[in-house]
Design a protein around this ligand. Structure first.
Ligand SMILES: Cc1cc2nc3c(=O)[nH]c(=O)nc-3n(C[C@H](O)[C@H](O)[C@H](O)COP(=O)(O)OP(=O)(O)OC[C@H]3O[C@@H](n4cnc5c(N)ncnc54)[C@H](O)[C@@H]3O)c2cc1C
Ligand SMILES: *[C@@H]1O[C@H](CO)[C@@H](O)[C@H](O)[C@H]1NC(C)=O
Ligand SMILES: *[C@@H]1O[C@H](CO)[C@@H](O)[C@H](O)[C@H]1NC(C)=O
Ligand SMILES: *[C@@H]1O[C@H](CO)[C@@H](O)[C@H](O)[C@H]1NC(C)=O
Length: 587
């Protein structure tokens, strides 16, 4: 049975609030969002594609990296983008700040999010929509630090220009409410100094970062970067699921990618090939799950594993699918005695010991919508879900809990989360095919905290959160007499993952880290630089094939990755075009 902590029954006030909220949502929807769709004339359903077509570049995945990459390439070449999902435009679950979480709890086959559960037992999400993860995410926008850029061997000036190119369209300065400001000041009191004000830069100390949400609460995504595209040289196909990359091998010393097979929304098969030309290429940008999965489905991966799935081996590459990491995230839920603004991540505490502190607050689901009892979400309603043993966390039991909560007064849900994310991380795992269907999730294992240093960083992060909560600046948002121990006990009871909880889950910080681990969705790896692709993002051992997305990362950049994923799309687009022009001049 599900127990709920405190709360008062249905009140008239609640109903009035619902009506107001509903009216407000309707107003926003009708008056502020009709003009959102940029009306790209190059965006089509995949079924309009001929059975066979030819391009200079074929980009697989119109996600966070794929959109800026394709927009850039179209300046000087004919580009095809194949995206398995639909358009983000006109879907309020994506465009409205107030509906954060709606898309990731939508489990329908047409959802812009595809749920996966890692073998570790942590519920996670991957994008299935034009714009990719930038359509689902919490919007926090923050660059990578100079050390990261240097280690990656990137050209610093082009990196800077590429970030600016992205920021021009998608990044905004957030409006800070009381709760986020209290976390910011509490971080400074806790010694996460200096205070660096509002900045996109990754610098030690406390800062306010950027956001994809504009002043009206409208989300801007990587799909908006297609505004930069040359409409006469780009075609973007939606609901185009790539099943296989095709290679030419006859008479060549190494395999050369030359085409793809994809299916449209009706299930019909199409082929797209590269035009003749030494510089034409296929570029995988299908994300940390999609890119290694598609390489394997195309015959590039560990030979024994491919053979076990009856896949013809094009190149035995044992490193495909290796180095999968997901930065562990642990959060502490703090109920508040006073009202709290609704905000996703705005503040970041960048500590010297490799733990990043961020926070989310308020009831962020569109008022009046049914409560979605889901895992690992930034909702106080999740904080309010009480003891349900992991095995009993069935959808029915969660729905029941949600129903009980819907009868409570809104005040019960005042509060927020302060979370910490472990940098890197150092722990990693692997990805394997489950089936030969590209629509199915592969199996992924992240091995959270298998490296003890990740655990140390988590514990230090939780200790910092304790200091923030006990700071003078934060005191008004905490019930008097509610100790940190009580908050940990409360948080440990929320159904945030499928892991068993040990009896010492809330009395040992180590155990708290392990048992209440969640994802902050910054998973990466699978086609890492130096292991699967070279420093130019070319797949080693194969011609005319690159990977440009989060699967290439050795570690997650900055506090949060999306700024750098978009930057990399632009950066590599510029690099690839420069190579193309240099080649032409030599001819
Ligand atoms: C809920 C959530 C919250 C997050 N919060 C933040 C945040 O606040 N700040 C931040 O910086 N980062 C955040 N992130 C992380 C960030 O959004 C991701 O790291 C980033 O979007 C990954 O980009 P990508 O280009 O590697 O992959 P994606 O953006 O996932 O792009 C891959 C694309 O390829 C497509 N695809 C895959 N397979 C195929 C196929 N076979 N055929 C055709 N198309 C295919 C997919 O549909 C997808 O559109 C969050 C992520 C999530 C999910
Ligand atoms: C929005 O998400 C909810 C579930 O979270 C789903 O029921 C609804 O159909 C979605 N709406 C759209 C337009 O996708
Ligand atoms: C927290 O939980 C532990 C273990 O279940 C218990 O011993 C302790 O009394 C609780 N403390 C508080 C303050 O709730
Ligand atoms: C917590 O308790 C479990 C047994 O229930 C034990 O194996 C583990 O070592 C303990 N963890 C810590 C960090 O003390």
């Amino acid at each position: 049975m599900v127990e709920l902590i405190g709360g008062s029954p249905h009140s008239g006030w609640w109903r009035i609030l619902l009506v107001i909220a509903f009216a407000a949502t309707f107003f926003l929807h009708v008056f502020c969002h009709s003009g959102d769709d940029p009306g790209y004339n190059f965006l089509h359903k995949a079924s309009i594609a001929p059975p066979i077509s030819y391009y200079d570049y074929i980009v697989i995945g119109g996600g966070t990296a794929g959109c800026p990459l394709a927009a850039t390439l179209s300046k000087n070449a004919d580009v095809l983008v194949l995206e398995r999902g639909g358009s983000p435009y006109g879907n309020p679950n994506i465009t409205l700040f107030s509906s954060f979480g709606a898309a990731i709890s939508d489990l329908s086959p047409t959802s812009p999010s595809q749920r996966f559960i890692s073998e570790d037992g942590v519920v996670n999400a991957r994008a299935r929509v034009l714009g990719g993860g930038s359509c689902l995410n919490a919007g926090f926008y923050s660059r990578a630090g100079p050390v990261y850029v240097q280690d990656a061997g990137w050209d610093g000036q082009l990196v800077k220009e590429s970030y600016q190119w992205v920021e021009e369209v998608v990044a905004f300065r957030p409006e800070m409410g009381g709760w986020q400001s209290a976390v910011r000041d509490g971080l400074v009191e806790a010694g996460v100094v200096p205070y660096n004000g509002f900045t996109y830069e990754h610098i030690q100390g406390t800062k306010v970062g950027g956001t994809l949400f504009d002043k009206e609460g409208k989300r801007h995504t990587a799909a908006d970067l297609l505004k930069y595209a040359n409409p006469s040289r780009i075609r973007v196909l939606l609901h185009a699921t790539v099943h296989k990359i095709l290679f030419r091998r006859k008479g060549l010393t190494r395999p050369r990618a030359h085409g793809v097979i994809f299916r449209d929304e009706l299930g019909n098969v199409h082929r797209a090939y590269l035009n003749r030309g030494a510089k034409n290429e296929i570029i995988l940008a299908s994300g940390a799950l999609g890119s290694p999965q598609l390489l394997m489905l195309s015959g590039v991966g560990p030979a024994p594993h491919l053979k076990a799935h009856n896949i013809e081996v094009v190149l035995d590459q044992p490193m495909v699918g290796r180095g999968m990491s997901d930065n562990p995230m642990n959060a502490v839920y703090i109920p508040s005695p006073i009202p709290v603004e609704v905000a996703l991540i705005q503040v970041a505490g960048i500590t010297p010991f490799g733990s990043y502190i961020e926070a989310a607050c308020g009831e962020n689901f569109a008022a009046g919508a049914p409560i979605r009892a889901d895992f690992g979400m930034f909702s106080p309603k999740i904080g309010r879900l009480s003891t349900l043993p992991p095995k009993k966390r069935t959808p029915e039991a969660l729905a029941k809990a949600a129903e009980l909560m819907s009868k409570l007064d809104a005040r019960v849900f005042q509060g927020g989360f302060i979370l910490e994310k472990v940098t890197g991380p150092l722990s990693n795992g692997h990805l394997e095919l489950r089936t030969r269907n590209p629509n199915d999730n592969p199996t992924v294992t992240f091995n959270y905290f298998s490296n003890p240093q990740d655990l140390t960083r988590c514990v230090q992060g939780i200790q910092t959160i304790e200091k923030v909560i006990n700071s003078r600046a934060f005191s008004k948002y905490k019930y008097k007499g509610m100790t940190f121990q009580t908050l940990l006990n409360l948080t440990a009871q929320a159904p945030v993952n499928l892991l068993p909880h040990h009896p010492n889950v809330s009395t040992s910080f180590e155990q708290f880290c392990k048992d209440t681990v969640m994802t902050i969705w910054h998973y990466h790896g699978g086609c890492q630089v130096g292991r699967v692709v070279d420093s130019d993002y070319k797949v080693m051992g194969i011609d005319a094939l690159r990977v440009v997305d989060g699967s290439t990362f050795l570690a997650s950049p900055g506090t949060n990755p999306q700024a750098t994923v978009m930057m990399l799309g632009r950066y590599m687009g510029v690099k690839i075009l420069r190579e193309r022009l240099a080649h032409r001049e030599h001819q």
